[in-house]
Design a protein around this ligand. Structure first.
Ligand code: FES
Ligand SMILES: [Fe+2]
Length: 460
């Protein structure tokens, strides 16, 4: 039996336990959502936290000779790349008389409003007000709303926090894995950001939704019930899970790492479990970026290499704006198909536009979800500022080491029930190795981890 946790951290009233049959009438009211974690309006705790980090806002390929209307963290914006190559993210409504700059004209320098021709630089400087008389100082008397923007490997990022306080741009170590190709994608979800982010700290759903419930959406290896642990990282800057599974003569240990507030790296989607595999890193790097409180975009990269996609099952050509090459991830199927074989997109959008924590009954395997909410709550309240400062906030120094990986180790089964103990022990050693390796970078780190894994195989 699982441990039941009710109303964890919710701002709703405790409903108490209803035990009568046919209790629909008693349970018909839907309490409010947990606004502290789910709302990202300006001035909200979570919204202000997210604004302290670089957030991806669209794909580079979406910026053509036309500007692109975007909505991020409940703000209406427009993104563009001017003809000199500079990228801008501006408040969407023209500061003259308010029309949308999505109808603007991309210029040599900046974006020109179609209504009366005002020209806006990427930093919000008003470069031209052609209808004003010569010598008018109107354009020098104010600025248009603008956010620092930059591109990285096909994604456009913006910093939407207080001016002058932007962090260094985060460069994660996994951007430099040998032979790894990073392909940008986005996926729109008609639901709150948090339920999408939480999904990966609920690794047990892979056994059910993706393997045993409706069809084989992932490798059958995901169907084995894992030994499972959750760990906070670096004093609360994020968390990871460790799943350890028996696959024939091997033990497969998967670690997935989430960094606060909305960043996540997922280990290989098509795991290389048929042979010994040492430190295969990331299949998916992504941010879950709120559009507003009831919608979000997953934006990031799929990774392709022999190590993270050994049989070439991934489809790079299917990754792009609102499209990813993974089954059931983007809602781009008929309603009947989605009902007959629901994927992540269906179960997440199906939790209501904003999931209501007060109505949940969390069990023992939901402790990753509980841990993530606790960390986010503390971060939003400013209770772990140092940890948050270390989380995905680049310093311009060495790359930020992350802890997502797969290890598939040649370790034969132990007798009977003791094999579960062995899984736990191996999972713990892999976790400790990956954490300890954070003091090295690049090839040195890979060599350190792989030598430890070889030693574990030798000892077995
Ligand atoms: S409304 Fe944009 S220039 Fe007048
Ligand atoms: Fe999933």
């Amino acid at each position: 039996m699982g441990v039941i946790i009710r109303n964890s951290g919710s701002d709703s009233a405790d409903l108490g336990a209803v035990t009568e049959p046919y209790s629909g009438y008693l349970l018909r009211d839907v309490p409010r959502e947990e606004a502290e974690l789910t709302h990202t309006d300006t001035g909200s705790p979570m919204g202000e936290l997210m604004r302290r980090f670089w957030q991806p806002v669209c794909l580079s390929e979406e910026l053509s000779d036309l500007p692109k209307a975007i909505r991020v963290l409940n703000e209406d914006l427009v993104a563009f790349r001017d003809k000199s190559g500079d990228v801008g993210v501006l408040h969407r409504h023209c500061s003259h008389r308010g029309t949308s700059l999505e109808y603007g004209i991309v210029s040599e320098h900046g974006l020109r409003c179609c209504y009366h021709g005002w020209l806006f630089a990427p930093d919000g400087t008003i470069l031209d007000t052609p209808g004003e008389p010569p010598g008018s100082r109107l354009k020098d008397s104010f600025r248009h709303g603008a956010y620092p923007a930059r591109e990285h490997r096909g994604l456009v990022f913006a910093y939407m926090g207080p001016p002058g306080e932007e962090p260094g741009f985060p460069l994660f170590d996994t951007y430099d894995e040998p032979d790894d190709r990073m392909v940008p994608y986005s996926v729109w979800h008609g639901c709150n950001w948090l339920q999408v982010q939480e999904n990966i700290m609920d690794p047990i759903h892979a056994c059910f939704l993706h393997v045993n419930m409706t069809g084989l959406q992932l490798s059958g290896d995901f169907g084995g019930f894992p030994e499972l642990e959750f760990h906070e990282t670096e004093g609360g800057s994020g968390m990871l899970f460790v799943t350890s599974r028996r696959v024939g003569e091997r033990i497969w240990v998967r670690t997935n790492h989430a960094l606060l507030p909305n960043f996540l790296q997922i280990a290989p989607i098509f795991p290389r479990t048929h042979t010994s595999t040492h430190f295969a890193r990331v299949g998916n790097t992504r941010w879950c970026v709120p559009i507003d409180n009831g919608e979000c975009n997953l934006i990031g990269w799929r990774h392709f290499s022999d190590l993270v996609d050994p049989r070439g099952e991934g489809r790079e050509e299917l990754c792009g704006p609102n499209s990813i090459d993974l089954f059931g991830q983007d809602g781009n199927r008929s309603y009947e198909q989605r009902q007959r074989e629901p994927g992540d997109w269906e179960v997440l959008t199906g939790q209501r536009p904003i999931a209501v924590h007060a109505l949940e009954h969390l069990g023992v395997h939901d402790r990753g979800v509980t841990m993530l909410r606790r960390l986010l709550r503390a971060a939003a309240r400013g209770e772990i500022p140092d940890a948050v400062a270390r989380s995905q906030r680049g310093t311009g120094g060495p790359h930020i080491n992350t802890f997502t990986q797969d290890a598939v180790l040649e370790i034969p089964p132990a007798e009977g029930d003791t094999d579960r103990t062995l899984l736990r022990e191996v999972g713990r050693k892999v976790f400790e190795t990956v954490m300890e390796s954070a003091r090295f970078f690049g090839d040195e780190r890979r060599a350190f981890v792989r030598e430890r894994y070889r030693a574990m195989e030798r000892d077995a």
